[in-house]
Design a protein around this ligand. Sequence first.
Ligand SMILES: Nc1nc2c(ncn2[C@@H]2O[C@H](COP(=O)(O)OP(=O)(O)OP(=O)(O)O)[C@@H](O)[C@H]2O)c(=O)[nH]1
Ligand SMILES: [Mg+2]
Length: 429
Amino acid sequence: MQIKKFRGADMQEALQHVKRELGQDAIILSTRQVRGGGGTFGLFGKPMLEVTAARDAEENGGDAAGLLASLPNAFAKGRRVRGAGTESDLVKQILARNQIDTQSLLAPLQDEIQELKELLHHAGDVQRESVRESVSLSQIQSEISEMRQTLQSLSAQSAGLREAEYAENLVVLFQQLIFNGMEEKFARRLIEESMKNIPVGEMEDFAYVKIFLARMLMKILKVTGGIRTEPNRQTIAALIGPTGVGKTTTVAKLASEQMLKFRRKVGLITVDTFRIAAVEQLKVYAKIMGVPITVVGSKQELRRAIQEFAECDAIFVDTGGRSQRDGLQMSEIYRMFGGDDPIDVYLTMSVTTKDSDQSEITRRFGQIPLAGVMYTKLDESTTFGSMFNHSIRFKTPVAYLTTGQKVPEDIEVATKERLVDLLLNIVGN
Ligand SMILES: Nc1nc2c(ncn2[C@@H]2O[C@H](COP(=O)(O)OP(=O)(O)OP(=O)(O)O)[C@@H](O)[C@H]2O)c(=O)[nH]1
Ligand SMILES: [Mg+2]
């Protein structure tokens, strides 16, 4: 088995290198952002994408890597893995070889951890030399911790595959769920349910198995169908969440949608008193759309502003980003939205946020009853498993998805079909 690292300015470029050197059957083991070119320890170059990929060393695909490598291909073409004997032979081979293979899969990651440890060791010197202030120990520590998680998850995957005897189409889908960031235990549960419920005669039909899995996922997911709107009832929706995830931009998109698509009268409120620039940002949008806007700093002011907007069909409340780790900031948010006021509070999160951080954010912000989640920056991510992990863990319905910076167009009402398509790429196959 051959394992190599490739770098590129983006995913496309890195994958071109992978294909050129390792061929079409290469499998991607991991990807990460690195600093490329120049600087002490290469830390200060421009950000690049590093892909770790593997290929079977033997031509005939005789070892575990070859077998694993053939799985994504079979998936892409929607057919069986060929030339590997009967289905149970194949499963046995995967199970047997996977044990040997775990070490070779983990080896490059262990090397990377070692490299990072060395960097950490040297970073003190680097800072003393004041080469650049941007190198922080915590950055490197967080990379090491991410590496550890990847290691754990790879071991878990191997363990998962050893434990259960999956049909080969299910092995392919299991891999896809994991590569997409679905938590291993959730993926395994889904695959085991599929194994139990798919009729034996259909198990060879990849399309059938994939659609079966898609249906199960659709049952798990909850969506709101947009913001809550009822005849003769004013809609009041507030967006809360961490800093910089796109709350203000999303409020502007939602307000435009209500005005332009549904011809509703809209009012804007911003609870963002300590950073003038952030207030200005929404004011600019309000001016362009020609809608009234009020800035509030307390719960009383918020209630008053809502009363003043009694004529509006929909009121959107923007809030300044809060760190879920800052107790003071969080208690401000709880005070503002924790009562029985008729406000639908939506947690706004970027899909680019790490899965474990999304959970912490939800636990902290979720002290306030949430009407739903708005996921932003789908255009900046390639894996969407975290939205499913979140849905399984917290059962909070998804309201909207945003797909870019453009106001008003880069937003869509979340549907189960779209979410499942993001995970399983149904339309693309
Ligand atoms: N790529 C991408 N960028 C987005 C999206 N939504 C918002 N942004 C960008 O993210 C950045 C931050 O957006 P804001 O709307 O200011 O974020 P915020 O949550 O209001 O930030 P704070 O108020 O500072 O907490 C801006 O550059 C937006 O253009 C999206 O769906 N995709
Ligand atoms: Mg904002």
